[in-house]
Ligand binder design. Structure first.
Ligand code: ATP
Ligand code: MG
Length: 443
């Protein structure tokens, strides 16, 4: 039994009253049946696009997908996507149907869908329509392609990434024949737009079962992210590191909150290691300079996958700085806070904790990070001066001393450094005295 929200029930009733068979379909049926709250409700209907428009002529309607039979009805309960029953034509580009054919049979519509658990429809009176065994697969926790798996992934390679993303979000296993077809057709991911690859991979990285999925499907993920392929199987040969670079990164990712930028930063933080690896005479591996190379790869990946500038910058900063100390004294904590700000400082704390846990060899590192966190709280509670703006003197004061041009900024920065280092109180008198002493060459 599915608890249909009122806005969806009303839309189904209106279309049915007009003579068009209509069902709730796809993810909302899957999620309801597994006891999860659907994040949106989609309907499918025997009404053709023009007939849907006629039924909802008095409603607020977006016609963005109308060519493929989809209309969005804006209701008080949220937007509803309603799609005419359709079969897809050929897929010459390996991603989009060349055309669609509207049909009258809901089973034909379900047959074009990618996985059986998403190929079920539900109606408040008629109940479940499940021609491909979706309910059994849902109960068994299995993702299975509808029909011939190779054909389905050849038609639209995005389905391969949807499959691994669903595995990560739902914790389902992929039916072996379907998984084999995903692997055989993975090369076709080149047909998928950067935006869609980014969205699916981000969903995968933030899934509850991301760690397991990234280990099981490293080969598919690194087709979408070829920059990271050398991480897989790259042994670290170091007493602190029990796992290869890929497995360490994935385990670290599993330890950080499911915020997209944090998850991406964890996946990318050691991506430069394979290129930096050297082995010393004792057989121990070293990765000198790897944060810089990881940073370059993070820039490349975020640019290629068209991340928004702000998110890309956050990821790149975390990757670049993941190995730099955050400070084991109030003075260092103040300096790092002044450099990166509180939000990035907290991000870096999370990154470093996850990195340490992902190594599984040095639990004392966590203790040090907790100490840094405690110092952060102390420094923030002091309302310490962390920026030029917060200094108790400004450029005018320096000009009154006879300084001009770049010398003004240099003096202010020297004063801020002294305050951050705890050498000087942020009071007007102390700052002016210090500035005078510096000008007189006493410091
Ligand atoms: P979620 O919304 O949680 O990502 P979903 O299964 O609802 O999962 P949507 O992208 O909302 O996914 O699509 C709704 C339904 O449309 C799916 O359940 C599936 O039946 C079908 N579908 C979506 N994308 C494809 C695709 N690329 N190929 C085949 N069927 C698809
Ligand atoms: Mg959906």
């Amino acid at each position: 039994m599915i608890d249909l929200p009122a806005h969806a029930a009303r839309a189904i009733a209106r279309l049915e009253d007009a003579g068009y068979e209509t069902w709730a379909v796809g993810g909302c049926v899957r999620d309801s049946l597994r006891g999860a709250q659907p994040h949106d409700w989609d309907l499918c209907t025997a009404a053709r696009p023009a007939q849907m428009q006629a039924v909802f002529a008095d409603g607020r309607v977006l016609e963005t997908g109308l060519r493929h039979g989809t209309l969005t009805l804006l209701t008080d309960g949220g937007p509803l996507e309603i799609t005419s029953f359709r079969m897809d034509g050929g897929y010459t580009d390996g991603r989009h149907p060349d055309g669609v054919r509207f049909v009258t049979d809901v089973t034909a519509d379900l047959a074009r869908r990618d996985f059986t658990v998403g190929a079920m429809a539900w109606h408040p009176d008629r109940g479940l329509c499940d021609p491909f065994g979706g309910l059994d697969d849902l109960q068994d926790g299995v993702l299975r392609a509808v029909g011939d798996a190779d054909a389905r992934f050849t038609e639209d390679a995005l389905r391969i990434l949807r499959g691994v993303r669903f595995a990560s979000q739902l914790g389902f296993s992929v039916e072996p024949g379907t998984a084999a077809a995903m692997r055989r057709q993975a090369g076709r991911l080149a047909n998928v737009s950067a935006e869609r690859v980014r969205a699916e991979l981000t969903g995968l990285l933030c899934g509850r079962f991301a760690q397991r999925t990234l280990l099981d499907y490293a080969d598919i993920v690194t087709v979408a992210l070829p920059e990271l392929a050398p991480m897989v199987g790259c042994a670290q040969q170091h007493p602190y590191h029990r796992y290869d670079v890929w497995e360490h990164s994935v385990r670290a990712l599993g330890q950080i909150p499911a915020d997209p930028a944090l998850r991406w930063a964890m996946l990318l933080h050691d991506s430069g290691k394979p290129a930096c690896k050297t082995v010393d005479e004792n057989g121990v591996g070293h990765f000198y300079g790897h944060p810089g190379v990881s940073r370059a790869l993070a820039e490349q990946v975020t640019r290629r996958l068209r991340f928004a500038g702000e998110q890309a910058a956050r990821i790149v900063l975390l990757v670049e700085q993941h190995d730099r100390p955050l400070g084991d004294s109030d003075k260092l904590v103040r300096r790092r806070l002044a450099q990166v700000g509180e939000a990035r400082f907290r991000d870096l704390l999370a990154v470093k904790k996850a990195d340490a846990v992902g190594q599984e060899t040095h639990p004392e590192d966590i203790g040090l990070l907790l100490e840094t966190e405690r110092r952060l709280a102390v420094v923030l509670a002091q309302d310490a001066c962390l920026s030029l703006r917060q200094l108790a003197v400004d450029g005018n004061d320096m000009q009154a001393f006879g300084l001009s041009g770049p010398a003004v900024g240099e003096m202010l920065r020297a004063l801020l450094d002294a305050v951050l280092d705890g050498e000087l109180d942020n009071t007007r008198a102390a700052l002016l005295a210090h500035a005078r002493a510096r000008m007189e060459g006493a410091l």
